[in-house]
Design a protein around this ligand. Structure first.
Ligand code: HSE
Length: 438
């Protein structure tokens, strides 16, 4: 049988990695897919840029339309990024009855509902394993491997750049900006690195994970998003003293009132395996009612790890080319007409435990006053430490860990604490998750 002809949009880090992996492993890939797979046409913004791959045998162009319009091509791999030109090209490919493989999390999180509806009408596949956690096959694991479970919650370290920054701050006491520059030089950070440090990249990925875990439409705009820019070395050190690590987590949870979808810095007990996922690595912990907790770990970014997911998707598409569209794995794991419309909870209604740090006047009764506000608010304290003032400073740091409480209740208590004239500045609040098997 003739090889399947594939078009590639984008020849940057992941595009170059994809060409290399497809060439290097061509024989094994063909044995798996049942047919050879050849990239025959590729588009890149600048054809003179140095590349990590050999493009011999690939027709090159600066116009992605030429690739999408090429009648020989059955599968379009979109690695342009963003949701401008990429969205236009993906829609065009679908209109022409071509299958699409993409690594574009923003595209899927923001436009996936519409893209999948169009793909369904045309009977084509849109595969997006590389959009979440790079090389970890987490989409496939949840969508197919865990299909017998009711997924109760999942929590993931799904932005390598953010994890790299937090790890370097903890291990080496390095400054935020310095580590970010290194992540950019290593090719991990997004084109706009605020997407990494403000949690937007992780929110795109969490939106996708929540949809395939719970069978709900993609709802990026309802995902609560907080980045890591306010985390200080002090917080990292205090958390460690209390037996916790601060990780930037994406959390999706099923509750009686609706679904939680949230991305924020989180204290997690250091004894959890996921607390020890360091550097640029990603990990996703998934709790299924039948299987219990399962943990998926691996490289969340980089040329070949991401290419591994892209090529895996291409092989899936090739295997399914001859199958009836009705019998393929649904885009969002659940049949398109069976998605649930349970509400996504507002952050006010989400319940977590908390780490609180406040700077207080070093005099009698201050701690008691703070404790009594928490007690009146029905918030139970789990641990407390007070740090003596440094040299002539009149203020001491108090660090508290609380039991679980609804966020609006905690916010009201914090407002009362901040109103005390013995408190200096704002109370620092970081959410906490035990991630135990419940
Ligand atoms: N900027 C992303 C990260 C790349 O750091 O994880 C992979 O999506």
């Amino acid at each position: 049988m003739n090889p399947v002809k594939v078009g590639l949009l984008g020849l940057g880090t992941v595009g170059g990695g994809t060409v290399n992996v497809l060439k290097r492993n061509a024989e094994e890939i063909a044995r798996r897919a049942g047919r050879g797979i050849e990239i025959v046409h590729a588009a890149a913004r600048d054809l003179n840029k140095p590349r990590i791959c050999d493009t011999d045998g690939i027709q090159l162009t600066t116009d992605p339309n030429e690739v999408v319009n090429n009648p020989e091509i059955e599968i379009v791999i979109e690695l342009i990024g963003g949701d401008g030109l990429a969205l236009e090209m993906v829609n065009k490919a679908i209109e022409q009855g071509k299958h699409v493989v993409t690594a574009n999390k923003a595209l899927i999180a923001k436009h996936g509902n519409d893209i999948f509806a169009k793909a369904q009408q045309k009977g084509v596949m849109v595969a997006f394993e590389a959009a979440v956690a790079g090389g970890i096959p987490i989409i496939k694991a949840i969508r197919e491997g865990l299909a017998g479970n009711q997924i109760q919650w999942l929590a993931g370290i799904i932005n390598g750049t953010g994890n790299f920054i937090l790890t370097e701050m903890k291990d080496k006491g390095r400054d935020f900006d310095d580590v970010l520059k290194e992540a950019q030089a290593l090719g991990y950070a997004e084109a706009d690195p605020t997407f990494d440090v403000e949690g937007i990249d992780a929110a795109h990925k969490l939106t996708i994970l929540a949809s395939i875990a719970f069978g709900i439409p993609l709802q990026f705009e309802k995902t609560f998003t907080e980045g890591i820019t306010t985390i200080t070395r002090e917080d990292v050190a205090y958390a460690e003293e209390l037996g916790y690590r601060i990780k930037h987590l994406g959390v999706a949870r099923r509750t009686d009132k609706g679904f939680e979808l949230r991305v924020h810095p989180t204290l997690i007990p250091e004894r959890r395996l996921i607390a020890n996922v360091d550097g640029v690595m990603n990990a996703v912990l998934v709790m299924g009612d039948a299987v219990g907790p399962t943990l998926y770990y691996g490289a969340g970014a980089g040329a070949e790890p991401t290419a591994s997911a892209v090529v895996g998707d291409v092989v899936d598409v090739v295997r399914a080319l001859t199958s009836d569209p009705e019998n393929r794995v649904p885009h969002l794991a659940f049949q398109a007409d069976s998605l649930a419309n349970d509400p996504i909870l507002s952050m006010d209604d989400v319940e977590t435990a908390y780490y609180l740090r406040m700077s207080v006047q070093d005099k009698p009764g201050v701690m008691a006053k703070v404790a009594s506000i928490l007690a009146e608010s029905d918030i139970s304290i789990e641990a407390i430490i007070q740090k003596e003032p440094v040299e002539d400073d009149a203020f001491a740091n108090i660090i508290m860990l609380t039991h679980r409480v609804v966020e609006k209740q905690m916010n009201a208590a914090i407002a009362k604490i901040e109103a005390l004239d013995t408190i200096n500045g704002a109370v620092k609040r970081i959410r906490m998750e035990s991630l135990d098997a419940k």
